[in-house]
Design a protein around this ligand. Structure first.
Ligand SMILES: Cc1cc2c(cc1C)N(C[C@H](O)[C@H](O)[C@H](O)COP(=O)(O)O)c1[nH]c(=O)[nH]c(=O)c1N2
Length: 210
């Protein structure tokens, strides 16, 4: 039986406060096996029916990385066109990926066809497969931060294109493309808040009682 004390709980809270979405990475490489260890931790996450639907692709190939970066550039340009005026200027000034600098690239998919878990919990809510994968990514995000490693989620990408670039099974649904590396700086405030794009709100704003 493992017990956690107040000091641990305080540190755990600090981990939540100091976990960041990182877009600015140092160029030094990750230690050998760092991404594999993060994946092992992610695999401890809850999943619907114990289906473990997460599928990870470590992207080392330079040509595939370049193709992902090109796709990000195209999608980000399209996204900019959705804004106008001052909001467009603000969007254009944001840094929304660390794909160029991050030493690690990790794509994450949900296997929609796997029969692991025998369908338990998915009959009325098949989307719980994707939810399970997101839960695993969150665990990885925190585990990385505990080691001083930063993780940046990039979703400004075309899922079909990512499928083609990475040549993965058609039953895998694209969930996330993650940049992994040591952050240039640590901060307890989201970068989008510092850039005055949006601010973190009180939990009470999102909570109803019935
Ligand atoms: C599903 C999903 C998708 C994305 C993100 C997050 C999540 C959960 N975030 C990161 C997001 O902007 C960030 O989490 C918030 O701004 C809050 O900041 P912290 O994560 O607390 O640092 C993100 N950030 C970014 O720069 N480019 C992106 O494409 C995305 N996409």
């Amino acid at each position: 039986m493992v017990e956690f004390d107040d000091a641990f709980r305080q540190q755990l809270h600090e981990l939540f406060v100091w976990r960041r979405d990182v877009r600015r990475f140092r160029s030094d490489p990750l230690p050998d096996g760092a991404i594999d260890r993060l994946i092992e931790t992610a695999c401890l996450s809850p999943s619907v029916g114990l289906s473990q639907p997460w599928r990870f692709v470590i992207v080392d190939d330079a040509a595939r990385r370049r193709a992902v970066i090109d796709n990000f550039r195209a999608c980000n340009a399209d996204a900019l066109n959705c804004y106008s005026g001052e909001r467009a200027a603000r969007y254009a000034a944001l840094k929304l990926s660390g794909l160029e600098q991050a030493p690690g690239h990790l794509a994450v998919f949900a296997d929609k066809a796997s029969d692991i878990g025998h369908g338990l919990g998915r009959a009325t809510m098949p989307e719980t497969t994707e939810y399970s994968v997101v839960a695993a990514i969150t665990a990885m995000w925190l585990a990385a931060r505990a080691e001083g490693i930063g993780l940046g989620w990039v979703s400004i990408l075309n899922p079909d294109r990512i499928h083609a670039i990475l040549d993965v099974p058609s039953t895998w649904k694209f969930i996330a493309y993650l940049c992994v590396g040591y952050p240039e700086a640590e901060c307890d405030q989201p970068e989008l808040e510092r850039a005055k794009w949006e601010h973190r709100r009180e939990a009470s704003e999102f909570t109803l009682r019935r």
